[in-house]
Design a protein around this ligand. Structure first.
Ligand code: NAP
Length: 330
């Protein structure tokens, strides 16, 4: 990969060490059609070093409020930018994710970026008429609205629930009679899931390959629709281990299985609001093209393929970029 070949468009990837960002940076580099500038807070993390080895230009840039001038500098010279916001637990009345998203977008415009791809989600507040509280969805939708008003071409990817949530946050518990998967969803309702580490990249690369085609579009990124019980049954089949589903859907069940969440009331409210929204209204708003990502990426991993590829056996895994204290399951 030749980063020196300036005839290739430069794409900046914000949050390049995140699961989504890493996937985007890798896909763009693997295509051979782009140069990539990877923005991270830390050059020494394993993902940042792996991207540098692959040929990315890795630069330090803040992914927090108040860093707009540095972000603008880091985005200069880029034809495109992939923008994402990290997991942030909202504590009202502060608006950290919304304000960070606006600052990222403003920085991209100030830097002269032509096309922004933002990782968004649905407006739960509008869809549920304010009855469900899932600010990490709604604030992304508000950032999207803001971006649409800026003088820059934009597209939006909406990633499904991550398979990796069970490896990082809602880790199954081992016991005498097998593994218990305490899942934040009822057993029998199919929900969209994806592997962010392999699904985000092909979707975003497709958009940068055809910017005019995707200007203004919202593009769901889905591996498959699968129910919680089917996920457990698939785990049993693939690993040969004994496992069972347990509900962590209601507030009471969530706290019974994950008592450490009780220390963060806003997180609990948000998780309950999110899953009630997803179950009662569907994760995606009506009319979204739920087949798009599989068409552009026929190799998108199903849960079964993800299990086989990752060889995951039900234990806690970390994706390496984030300090333990920063992990929040949003
Ligand atoms: N979990 C799901 O099911 C799901 C589904 C759809 C969308 N999402 C959304 O996806 C986003 C997270 O993406 P991801 O899972 O790819 O991210 P991730 O792997 O958790 O990484 C987040 C990155 O952001 C940077 N960062 C900056 N400030 C941070 C902070 N305060 N806490 C944690 N990380 C921080 C870190 O990179 P540096 O240290 O290198 O700067 C880190 O690598 C969230 O906005 C979430 O709402 C999640």
């Amino acid at each position: 990969m030749s980063q020196a070949d300036t005839s290739k468009p430069l794409i900046a990837v914000v949050g390049a060490s995140s699961k989504q960002g890493r996937s985007v940076a890798e896909s763009l580099l693997d295509s051979g059609r782009y140069r990539v500038r990877a923005l991270t807070r830390r050059l020494d993390s394993q993902p940042a070093q792996a991207l540098a080895k692959k040929g990315a230009e890795v630069v330090v840039a803040p992914l927090e409020l108040g860093g707009q001038a540095e972000l603008t500098e880091a985005l200069k010279g880029s034809a495109g930018a992939f923008l994402m916001t990290p997991p942030i637990v909202k504590v009202p009345p502060a608006e950290p994710e919304l304000n960070l998203g606006k600052e990222l977008a403003d920085a991209a415009v100030a830097a002269g970026v032509e096309h922004v791809v933002f990782s968004g989600l649905e407006n739960v507040e509008a869809i549920t008429r304010g009855t469900k509280w899932a600010p990490h969805f709604t604030d992304k939708a508000k950032i999207e609205d803001y971006i649409r008003g800026l003088p820059v071409r934009s597209s939006f990817v909406y990633l499904a629930f991550y398979y990796t949530n069970f490896l990082e946050y809602y880790v199954p518990q081992g016991g005498e009679d097998g593994i218990t998967f305490a899942i934040y969803l009822p057993p029998d309702i199919p929900m969209p899931f994806c592997d962010p580490l392999t699904a985000a990249g092909p979707a975003v690369r497709e958009i940068f390959d055809h910017p005019a085609r995707y200007t203004g579009e919202v593009l769901p990124v889905i591996g498959e629709f699968i129910s919680a019980q089917q996920m457990v049954d698939t785990f049993v089949r693939v690993t040969g281990k004994r496992a069972r589903y347990a509900s962590a859907y209601s507030r009471e069940d969530l706290l019974r299985h994950f008592p450490s969440f009780a220390g963060n009331e806003h997180l609990v409210r948000e998780l309950v609001g999110m899953v009630e929204y997803a179950v009662e209204y569907g994760y995606y708003a009506p009319g979204r093209d739920l087949t798009w990502s599989r068409k552009v990426d026929p190799n998108a991993l199903t849960w079964e393929q993800f299990l086989k590829r990752s060889k995951w056996q039900g234990d806690l895994l970390s994706y390496g970029a984030v300090a333990e204290a920063e992990l929040a399951p949003t």
